[in-house]
Design a binder for this molecule. Structure first.
Ligand code: RET
Length: 301
């Protein structure tokens, strides 16, 4: 066939007009990556330094006290030391990996589409929390004079809360994620009960200064701790907040919950030092001479 000039143009026009408009059926989307940016990374470094310096200060404060009065200082210094290590890990890119979640989007007239989201999970946080939150509870429990049985319940509930929180962060579907979150919240309520009711009952037998101080610092702790699951809900949970916002929110909370809590506790403790209990026995002296087994005892008999 001989193509006359102008025929090609006419053909093109017909071809385009016969297929347009093309229906836009999108079978899937490119995956979304939720990762930290510069602001997040800098924030992690700032908190690493704050935790490191606070630890040095707490160890310094510990050494200024006789060993019998050092328990709170040592516990508090350990708390910021673990936080320092965890923040150092996260600042340098350790203790982080991705969790993948795929959301199904249903449509009326076309097949379902899928959206995959990869979000960074900072698992080093959970390792930190599994050690430091029981130590924080121990600080409060010893201040209140909580019984051993109640301390055990609070600490076990705390470990359950953090571990189920970690499973929630790695949940592969919304049902699984929020299921784990629900168990973590029940464990958290157990801790609230131990501090707010049993802790308050225990401290009622103490002097008025300790009573008032426990009320203030335990109240501060409970309010702060309640914000953590809210942040989690919009960050790792709902993925509404970005990773940088998540890092900044946890950074503020962590600085309040550890260094600020620690300085408050230790300065107040030291100012009430004359009334605070002095720990002798194993804490100060190891196994004492009474009842101690000495090597060679059997030979003398
Ligand atoms: C998670 C998610 C699941 C539900 C709940 C949580 C609570 C976490 C808390 C953490 C406290 C951390 C502290 C750190 C100090 O630096 C695990 C976020 C209830 C209460 C005090």
């Amino acid at each position: 066939m001989i193509v006359e000039p102008g025929m090609l143009e006419a053909l093109k026009k017909t071809a385009t007009s016969s297929v347009a408009p093309i229906p836009t059926v999108v079978p899937g989307h490119d995956p979304i990556y939720q990762t930290a940016g510069d602001v997040g990374n800098r924030t992690l470094w700032v908190v690493t330094v704050i935790m490191g310096l606070s630890s040095l200060a707490f160890y310094g404060m510990a050494f200024r006290q006789p060993v019998q009065k050092r328990l709170f200082h040592i516990l508090t210094a350990f708390i910021t030391t673990f936080a320092f290590l965890s923040y150092f890990a996260m600042s340098t890119g350790d203790g982080i990996n991705y969790n993948k979640i795929t959301k199904v989007e249903t449509h009326k007239h076309v097949p379902d589409t899928y959206q995959t989201i990869y979000r960074e999970v900072y698992w080093a946080r959970y390792v930190d929390w599994s050690v430091t939150t029981p130590l924080l509870l121990l600080d409060l429990a010893l201040l209140a004079g909580l019984s051993g049985a109640n301390i055990l319940v609070a600490v076990v509930a705390d470990i359950i809360m953090v571990l189920t929180g970690l499973f929630a962060a790695y949940g592969s579907s919304d049902g699984q994620k929020w299921g784990w979150y629900a168990w973590a919240c029940i464990a958290f309520l157990t801790i609230v009960y131990q501090l707010a009711f049993n802790g308050r009952a225990a401290v009622a037998n103490k002097d008025s200064k300790t009573k008032a101080f426990y009320g203030a610092i335990a109240g501060f702790t409970l309010i702060l701790w309640t914000v953590y699951p809210i942040i989690w809900g919009v960050a790792d949970g709902g993925r509404v907040a970005g990773v940088d916002a998540e890092i900044i929110a946890y950074a503020v909370l962590d600085v309040l919950a550890k260094p600020v809590f620690g300085f408050w506790l230790l300065f107040t403790h030291d100012s009430m030092s004359s009334t605070s209990p002095s720990l002798e026995g194993f804490w100060a002296n190891g196994f004492g001479s009474q009842g101690q087994l000495r090597v060679g005892d059997d030979d003398e008999a």
